[in-house]
Design a protein around this ligand. Structure first.
Ligand code: FES
Length: 276
C-alpha cells in the first residue's frame, strides 16, 4: 500500500476550471443525482478533471468540492483513496501502468518494469527528462489471460515482451501513440489461441433436403404408432406408482374406485375414511 499525498506546492497550479464543454458535462452529471445527493458525483467529476489536465490538482479537488457543496477534507479523502487518481503530474504523452500482479509477474512483468526504469525513470511516478513519459506498477487490470500487459491511459497493451514494450514506449514518446493498435501484441484476436482457433471451428453445415410430402406423412404416421415407453418407470405394486389409482381418494366414490382397481371389495355400509 503506497502513501498517497498531494504533489508539492511548487507544481500545484493556482486555480482550476473545467473547459466549457466539461463544465456542461459536469452540470449534467450532477443533475443525474437526486436533490441532496449531488456529492455522489465526486468520482466522475474528479476523473473528468484528470482527463482534462492529466492529473488531479489540489485546485481541482477544492473546486469540485465547492461545486458539490462538500467539505474539502471529504473530497480529499476520495481523491487520495482511489489509486486511479493521479495526484502528481504524469507524462504528457504516456503514463505507463505496468501490471505486477501474479499472472503478469509469472509471465514477465519484471522485465517490463526494467524497460520502464531504463527508458523512462528509475523510480515510478517520476517524469522523464522531457516530461513526456512516466510509469507506475499497478495491481491486476483484468487482462490476466493475455499477461503480461500494461495500460496507457484507457488502452491495454497485452501479450508483451520487453522488446515490444520498448517499441510502444518509443511510439508514444514520438507522439505516435494513436497509431499503435491496443490489445494483444501477438497474432491472436482478443484471448483466442495464437495463430487462430483450435476448437469450435466451423464445420460444414448439414444440407437441408426437402422430403416429398407423401413420404413425410408416412413418417409422421409411423411415429404416432410407436407405443409409449415404460423406460425408467419403477416396477412396483405400491399405491404411489399405480397408475389406476387416483389420488387423493378422499371422496367415497373415488375410494370405491381405487378399491376396485386393487381388487378389494367395498363394505358399502361403512362410510369412507375421512382424510386426516
Ligand atoms: S494479473 Fe495482470 S492483468 Fe491480471
Amino acid at each position: 500500500m503506497s502513501v498517497r499525498r498531494l504533489a508539492e506546492d511548487t507544481v500545484q497550479p493556482a486555480s482550476f476550471a473545467f473547459s466549457k464543454e466539461n463544465a456542461a458535462w459536469a452540470e449534467a452529471t450532477i443533475n443525474k443525482y437526486p436533490k441532496g445527493r449531488e456529492q455522489s458525483a465526486i468520482i466522475p467529476l474528479l476523473m473528468r478533471a484528470q482527463e482534462q489536465d492529466g492529473w488531479v490538482t489540489r485546485a481541482a479537488i477544492e473546486s469540485i468540492a465547492d461545486m458539490l457543496g462538500m467539505a474539502y477534507i471529504r473530497a480529499l479523502e476520495v481523491a487520495t483513496f482511489y489509486t486511479q487518481f493521479q495526484l502528481k503530474p504524469v507524462g504528457s504523452r504516456a503514463h505507463v501502468q505496468v501490471c505486477g500482479t501474479t499472472p503478469c509477474m509469472l509471465r514477465g512483468a519484471e522485465d517490463l518494469i526494467k524497460v520502464c526504469k531504463k527508458k523512462i525513470a528509475a523510480e515510478p511516478f517520476t517524469l522523464n527528462a522531457s516530461g513526456t513519459l512516466s510509469w507506475e506498477e499497478v495491481e491486476c487490470q483484468g487482462a490476466c489471460v493475455n499477461a503480461p500487459m500494461v495500460m496507457i491511459f484507457k488502452d491495454a497493451y497485452e501479450d508483451l515482451t520487453a522488446e515490444r514494450l520498448e517499441e510502444i514506449i518509443d511510439g508514444f514518446d514520438a507522439g505516435k501513440g494513436a497509431e499503435i493498435e491496443p490489445g494483444p501484441q501477438i497474432d491472436r484476436i482478443y484471448s483466442a489461441p495464437e495463430g487462430g482457433l483450435t476448437t469450435l471451428q466451423l464445420v460444414e453445415a448439414p444440407q437441408k433436403t426437402k422430403a416429398p410430402v407423401r413420404a413425410s406423412k408416412a413418417k409422421a404416421e409411423q411415429a404416432v404408432s410407436v407405443p409409449p415407453s415404460n423406460a425408467a418407470k419403477p416396477e412396483t405394486a405400491a399405491d404411489v406408482t399405480n397408475p389406476a389409482l387416483k389420488t387423493p381418494a378422499t371422496a367415497k366414490k373415488a375410494a370405491a374406485k381405487n378399491a376396485k382397481a386393487e381388487g378389494e371389495t367395498v363394505d358399502k355400509s361403512k362410510p369412507a375414511k375421512k382424510p386426516r
